[in-house]
Design a protein around this ligand. Structure first.
Ligand code: AMP
Ligand code: ZN
Length: 115
């Protein structure tokens, strides 16, 4: 845990997000500024600042995030219509919270390439 990290505070319960899914490795909650009808953030309970902090020892975190995203998409009924998962890494990608997280976006037609 990182003391000043917003998402660590959500994991510890100091701040209460709108949780939609939780297991031993992952917490998933509604994004406060949704960019689609479904916009959920999936965060590992272990604090890693960015995707660059993944290595062979903790790479299972990404599998847990993806499986949780798949489950949440199914719960929202968007598995067949489609959805997008995104991990922003550092400044050029627009990362604003430095606790690794995956966005799950769906419920509308997505465009490609993203801006
Ligand atoms: P990123 O730009 O990839 O770092 O994404 C950070 C996301 O966190 C943004 O989509 C924000 O809207 C979202 N966010 C920031 N503060 C909160 C909060 N208190 N609760 C839920 N989502 C948040
Ligand atoms: Zn954190």
């Amino acid at each position: 845990m990182a003391a000043e990290c917003l998402f660590c505070k959500m994991i510890s319960g100091t701040i209460k997000p709108q949780t939609v899914y939780e297991d031993d490795k992952v917490l998933a909650f509604k994004d406060i500024n949704p960019q689609a009808p479904v916009h959920v953030l999936l965060v590992p309970k272990q604090h890693l600042a960015t995707l660059n902090d993944l290595d062979a020892k903790n790479a299972d975190i990404v599998g847990a995030l993806v499986l949780a995203a798949k489950k949440v998409a199914d719960d929202y009924g968007i598995s067949r219509s489609g959805y997008r998962t995104v991990i922003n890494c550092n400044a050029d990608a627009g990362q604003s919270v430095f606790h690794l997280h995956m966005h799950l976006l769906g419920g509308r037609l997505m465009h490609w390439p993203p801006g």
